[in-house]
Design a protein around this ligand. Structure first.
Ligand code: PFF
Length: 447
């Protein structure tokens, strides 16, 4: 059998996982959800979910992927042969497909805005002009489709290059660069006169505003932001060498992702308040408010180019991980070449992507369960499919796999320093805590 692909170094593996986690979820979705869900209270609930639920689920996906050395479907076939467990793989393929179908649309918007920044379209703007610029951009039936296709082509080309030469090589350069740029924008934002109200919004919780919807959104966002529940960590985990510490990489990924989200909040909210823009602006928040800010600060035109370039980078390092879930599944389960698997996936993604994109304009009135296509793909993936996928991963590791095998994976880096207490904490969070909490929230949410 041909040698399976793998990441070339520890740093490469970490950066690929962190690159998947850090994306539009941090820089576009997190700030607007914070804005529409009342600020600090949402952030606290979100952080609790990351700590208590996301980590055990991440370890579990990692364990399944690395132990089986297989794709999301094959993994369960290897670890639980001749059972029906492998059907869970479909949840992951479906989840990844649902995500990338609307993600590529927003990815296209980032390219559209990068183009506007490069051609200096933000100077002299005011919020009204920028608001209509955003709605014109996203409701058009041609331009966003063209940018979406460019975004998908870039995603496909990187995935085509494979693990080491594609995914790892590009994310290794892009991620650190991205971090530097967000920090620059955040420093500018918190030093604007009048930014204090934004800081208060971010850090002073008001729990009286918390509703069931806030909790579901926070849960969905924790899954979405950390790329868990749709097999990404499982798939990337299968390319990670046994000598790497799975716990270490997971914690580092979670910390990096959370740091990015908080810094993105700092880059956006103080500025939003300083300029008197509504924090509940919705999905347009980043696209409407930041250009306004850039138009009014020194070197703003330059910062705008950097920012939208960075948003594009963040999006692409995540979309390649979504595509890789589907491609590795097709490649290994149907013996397809990488190229054919990518072309086949793209045919489906482009079809769904077109529906999601047009649902901002001509198809706005087509509703399924009360949602347009874009919101349908967004909400059902983040708030339902990902939690369901994560639920099955922890159930499988906690209840189906042998405890010794789990321990072997958790300690395979040779680091025996984990005290029995630490191992038990991880193990019981996987076995009881994570599945119970996810099930309770999902069921009560559906009711
Ligand atoms: N975590 C990515 C983000 O925050 O933008 C989105 C994402 C990537 C979700 C990969 C799911 C996934 F499998």
């Amino acid at each position: 059998m041909a040698q399976r692909e793998s990441f070339g170094s520890s740093f490469g593996a970490l950066v690929a996982l962190a690159g998947s986690a850090v994306g539009l979820g941090n820089l576009w979705r997190f700030p607007y959800l914070v804005g529409t869900n009342g600020g600090a209270a949402f952030i606290i609930i979100y952080l609790a979910f990351v700590l208590l639920l996301a980590l055990p689920i991440m370890y579990s996906e990692f364990i399944i992927g690395r132990r089986s050395q297989s794709n999301v479907f094959g993994a369960y076939k290897v670890l639980a042969p001749k059972t029906k467990w492998c059907n869970i793989g479909f949840v992951y393929v479906l989840g990844s497909l649902a995500i990338i179908s609307f993600y590529c649309v927003v990815g296209g918007w980032t390219i559209a805005y990068l183009w506007k920044a490069v051609t200096f379209r933000f100077s002299m703007a005011d919020t009204e002009v920028l608001g209509s610029m955003f709605s014109q951009t996203v409701t058009s039936s041609t331009q966003p489709l063209a940018f979406m296709l460019i975004f998908l082509a870039a995603t496909g080309l990187i995935v085509l290059a494979g693990i080491k030469d594609g995914i790892e090589r590009y994310t290794k350069v892009m991620m650190p660069l991205l971090f530097v740029i967000v920090v620059i924008v955040a420093i500018r934002s918190v030093t604007l006169p009048g930014s204090g109200a934004g800081l208060e919004f971010l850090f002073r919780p008001d729990f009286s505003k918390v509703t069931a919807g806030t909790i579901i959104d926070a849960l969905g966002q924790a899954f979405f932001s950390l790329s868990i529940g749709c097999g990404t960590i499982m798939t990337y985990g299968s390319y990670v060498a046994k000598k790497e510490s799975l716990v270490g990489i997971s914690i580092e990924t979670a910390i990096t992702d959370t740091l990015f989200a908080i810094i993105a909040g700092l880059a956006i909210m103080p500025a939003v308040f300083a300029f008197g823009i509504s924090p509940a602006e919705g999905p347009g928040l980043v696209f409407v408010t930041l250009p306004y800010i850039f138009a009014q600060i020194p070197f703003g035109a330059f910062l705008a180019i950097l920012f939208f370039f960075m948003l594009f980078i963040a999006a692409i390092t995540s979309s390649i991980s979504q595509l890789e879930v589907i491609v590795s599944y097709l490649k290994e389960e149907f013996s397809m070449s990488r190229k054919v698997a990518i072309l086949l996936s793209m045919a489906v993604i482009v079809t769904f992507g077109i529906l999601c994109s047009l649902s901002q304009g001509v198809l706005a009135d087509v509703k399924i369960f009360g949602f347009n296509f874009f919101d349908l793909f967004d909400k059902t993936s983040a708030n339902i499919l990902l939690p369901v996928g994560g639920f099955f991963a922890v159930i499988f590791v906690g209840w189906k796999m042998k405890r010794e095998d789990v321990k072997d994976e958790l300690t395979s880096s040779g680091i025996r320093k984990y005290s029995p207490l630490f191992f038990n904490f991880i193990y019981y969070s996987i076995k009881y805590l994570a599945p119970i909490v996810v099930a309770v929230i999902l069921v009560s949410g559906l009711i």
